[in-house]
Design a protein around this ligand. Structure first.
Ligand code: MNH
Length: 427
């Protein structure tokens, strides 16, 4: 247990897997939506991610949205996901990616924001084959940077230097909300109810089975902003981390590719069906392992629901006191073995997982407030990686050392690859 003083408040950070296991117990602990999430709350309000546990809109939106994110619901997004990945491949093929270094996180972020926009909300931001200068996305990205600036919590600094940024922040916020309102209104006016059966339709037309209530427009706006923020960088950066390891571990790339080539032996764009995705078992282990080493959402907060203690009474906590769970530490703790820092997908083989203590791997959080988008994320990440491995050989940039920037989601900064189209004879 580490206590760290950060500016004017202290944080208790847990890196010990046994203590983390204790705070994951939902009878005594729950998600803490604390001041560190506060900045994001000014953007996403009572959307699912930033809502307080006891805010009625959390339970209501959760009940309404769970069916939209169930595993079976992915059948409705699958075709749009694969078509969007195809558009990115077309863009890459037109851009001679075998001769220039392409910035992987930039590209994967372009992709995943389109996927959630098109598959979830029926909205196309841009064509991936065209250069990207989308003012909405830029405003959202500025908001995220603003939310991330720890310097903002230093009052002096904020007063002297923060004014201009704050004004930009307010303008962006208004712009984002106006834009999202237009997406909602245009669907309301132009479509007969529930023709898409996508996330936006479900938010507009489904009632909460508990109360019979619908989401109000302001809350739908908050949910859309939440989905764009929580549902794009996370998946995009995980794909990027996986590509880093695949490009630098030829044995692992070959094993992943063997599974893929067996299913789609030709070199044409693979015709991936919904059912195929669940069969990519090795590729799933690659994704699991990428999220172990680099849990893109590297920490979550837990608060005591009542007076309690951790470590057999050793560390008492009062109701409402909170801790931060350091996934980056838990995912590399001693229990993972002496090779915990190495990228070894097969540690996620069922027979190997059985040897580990339970509940030490939590890239999607825990309990009632765990990630609702997990199936969506896994589906889009597997489709994207399968297509890339099927279509390209990955060339790593000589001398690149993984450099991780800690933003809303951890990102492999400066990761560049060359993508060489594979020939029919294999490679
Ligand atoms: Mn996601 C919550 C990680 C992809 C939408 N997500 C969380 C939490 C983690 C997380 C961790 C819990 C945070 C907390 O306890 O405070 N999420 C991820 C990761 C990926 C990811 C590692 C991809 C990889 N998330 C997605 C996608 C979407 C999404 C994709 C939507 C399309 N996540 C959410 C929402 C919540 C959440 C919404 C809040 C759920 C709730 O509190 O009810």
């Amino acid at each position: 247990m580490v206590e760290e003083r950060l500016f004017n408040f202290s944080i208790i950070a847990l890196a010990d897997t046994a203590l983390i296991d204790e705070v994951n117990d939902e009878t005594l602990w729950e998600k803490h939506t604390g001041r560190l999430l506060g900045k994001l709350r000014t953007l996403a309000g009572d959307g699912l991610f930033t809502a307080y546990n006891h805010e009625p809109n959390w339970q209501k939106a959760h009940n309404i949205l769970v069916p939209a994110f169930a595993r079976t619901a992915m059948t409705r997004y699958h075709d749009t996901m694969t078509a969007t990945v195809r558009e990115l491949v077309d863009a890459w093929n037109a851009a001679s990616t075998d001769q220039s270094w392409i910035d992987i996180p930039t590209e994967t972020n372009r992709l995943t924001i389109e996927i959630i926009g098109r598959a979830g909300l029926g909205h196309k931001f841009t064509k991936l084959t065209e250069p990207n200068d989308n003012p909405f996305i830029e405003a959202v990205q500025r908001q995220l940077r603003y939310a991330n600036r720890r310097t903002d919590s230093i009052p002096f600094y904020d007063n002297v230097f923060g004014y201009k940024r704050k004004r930009q922040h307010e303008a962006d916020k208004a712009y984002i909300r106006r834009w999202v309102t237009e997406v909602i209104e245009s669907r309301r006016h132009n479509q007969t109810p529930a023709t898409h059966n996508d996330i936006l339709d479900i938010m507009q037309h489904s009632a909460d089975p508990d109360t019979g209530e619908h989401l109000d427009t302001d809350n739908i706006i908050n949910q859309i902003i939440t989905l764009l923020v929580a549902g794009s960088e996370t998946s995009a950066n995980t794909i990027a981390f996986a590509l880093h390891y695949l490009s630098t571990n030829t044995g692992i790339a070959a094993a992943a590719r063997a599974e893929i080539d067996q299913r789609w032996p030709g070199r044409d764009f693979p015709d991936i069906s919904f059912e195929d995705v669940a069969k990519l078992r090795y590729l799933l282990r690659v994704v699991d392992e990428a999220l172990r080493l680099w849990p893109v959402a590297p920490a979550y907060f837990r608060q005591a629901k009542k007076d309690t203690a951790l470590g057999n009474g050793k560390y008492p906590f009062r109701k409402g006191e909170w801790v931060v769970v350091m996934l980056t530490a838990a995912h590399r703790a001693n229990v993972w073995g002496h090779d915990a820092d190495e990228f070894i997908p097969d540690r996620f083989l069922p027979e190997n997982l059985r040897k580990l203590p339970p509940h030490i791997y939590k890239p999607f959080g825990t309990g009632a407030r765990a990630c609702i988008g997990r199936q969506f994320a896994l589906h889009e990440m597997l489709v994207t990686l399968a297509v890339i491995l099927h279509q390209y050989d990955l060339q790593p940039k000589p001398g690149y050392q993984l450099q991780v920037r800690d933003a809303i989601a951890q990102r492999p900064e400066g990761l560049q690859l060359r993508l060489h189209r594979r020939l029919l004879t294999g490679s």
